[in-house]
Unconditional design. Sequence first.
Length: 207
Amino acid sequence: MNQQQFSSGLLENAVQEFSKLPGIGRKTALRLVLHLLRQPENEVEMFGNSVISLRRDIKYCKKCHNISDTETCLICANQARDGETICVVENIRDVMSIENTQQFRGLYHVLGGIISPMDGVGPSDLEIDSLIKRVQNDNVKEVILALSTTMEGDTTNFYIFRKLAPLEVKITTIARGVAIGDELEYADEITLGRSILNRVEFTNSFK
């Protein structure tokens, strides 16, 4: 099937760029572009500038690797958070999911992925060494492994557990309220919140 022909090269270029976004096909991209064309020029400029600023100015927290506007994110900088408890997650979306439960008051550590040999991702590609240093230097008492309950997530959990085992730190994992094989970000807030509150010792999670 031939792609739709546009009377404007500018329109076609915009549709092409929007259709590169996840889950956005050309029809949806066209609707979005036409919607922008109907908006006041200053609002479209604000939209475009916000995307440019996001890509140019966004930082990653030097402690937990979460996205931030400053060198240290607002969560790590919040003195009311429990600095002795670190929740290890795969990505930034998981931080948002757990924060939405309002059941966790500790800090986070974003790995930036999980171990997946099939995808060429090994331990050295993740923020595991920086996690070990945090546990060694920041008086951490508990590390919660809150990775997706997939084979890759469990492999990453076990690797981190072995790395942390020699250190005097409690290692727990979220309760299996999140179904086996589920991505953490797709769990509903109540289930995810209970999984955090009912976390278990990592060694007991095999039983």
